[in-house]
Write a new protein. Structure first.
Length: 118
């Protein structure tokens, strides 16, 4: 749970100053340091990034009274509902964070195995 909160907060802060993909760097780094399984690293990265992007998408939705998300839904999915754009945003952010987190854990495992072999 600490990893999820760390990924959410650090990726939120990183995305204030860096590009959107900085959340992948944060998830990679947190899971490199603190995860103890590939599946858990994926879930931690997914949850942290998805929470961050869902929170920001809801903030945009609320601040524009649903106009922006409605128009994006109409443009991308041919429906005016805001649910589908929010869902897709959350899933895409979660997948980026999850794959980055799992990669961080696997890189740590690979580098640890290399060091033990020498």
């Amino acid at each position: 749970m600490i990893q999820v909160i760390a990924i959410a907060i650090l990726s939120l802060l990183a995305q204030l100053f860096l590009p959107w993909w900085s959340l992948a760097v944060v998830a990679f780094a947190v899971c490199f340091v603190r995860s103890n399984g590939a599946g858990r690293a994926f879930l931690q990265g997914f949850a942290g990034a998805a929470l961050t992007w869902l929170g920001y998408a809801l903030l945009v939705h609320i601040s524009t009274d649903g106009i922006f998300t409605g128009r994006m839904g109409l443009l991308l999915f041919k429906t005016e509902g805001a649910g589908l754009p929010l869902l897709v945003t959350t899933l895409l952010g979660g997948l980026v964070g999850g794959l980055a987190g799992m990669s961080g854990y696997l890189v740590r495992q690979a580098s640890g195995n290399q060091a033990a072999a020498h």
